[in-house]
Design a binder for this molecule. Structure first.
Ligand code: RB5
Length: 160
């Protein structure tokens, strides 16, 4: 099986898990692009969400991983970026569904709540699962329409 390429980033609260997970992934069949943070100094998670999402949208990686304390801030930030479908997953089954139903391209992990080995299981599941298409494709198209409704010159579905 060919190597999966992942762009990964965290804030200070996700830093420990990022480092531990990175090691486990590198021992396995993954190539990692680390976009920071590079220590425990306090940083702002949206800056790191942006870096990973850029890699995902430029298609230089197979998918992205973002880690903050809860995973919530990273999820909110990443999902503001058009084309990003970030999913906060705290168990493998959620990761499977995030791929098969939502075609998620960014996996978000709660750094303060899960152990590295469990996080690795979540990543493996996310990596192996494939989008099912069909009815889920229609729903993703509706999400893209919602994204367009945020554009200044396109009120989309929010048009009165
Ligand atoms: C940082 O203290 C924390 O707020 C952040 O990592 C994250 O959990 C935000 O959602």
């Amino acid at each position: 099986m060919s190597k999966k390429i992942i762009s990964i980033a965290s804030d200070h609260a996700g830093y420990r898990l990022k480092e531990q997970l990175k090691e486990l992934l590198q021992e396995d069949n993954y190539e990692i692009i680390d976009r920071g943070a590079f220590g425990y100094d306090s940083v702002d998670y949206p800056d790191y969400a942006e870096r990973v999402c850029k890699d995902v949208l430029e298609e230089i990686v197979d998918f992205g991983i973002l880690i903050c304390g809860t995973g919530i801030g990273m999820s909110i930030a990443a999902n503001k970026i058009k084309g990003i479908r970030a999913a906060l997953c705290f168990c493998p089954e959620l990761a499977r569904l995030a791929r098969t139903h939502n075609n998620s391209n960014v996996l978000v992990l709660p750094g303060r709540f899960i152990a590295p080995e469990f996080a690795k299981m979540i990543v493996d599941t996310f990596s192996e699962a494939e989008f099912e298409g069909g009815r889920h494709e229609r729903r993703l198209q509706k999400i893209s329409k919602l994204e367009k409704s945020g554009d200044e010159n396109d009120k989309g579905c929010l048009q009165p």
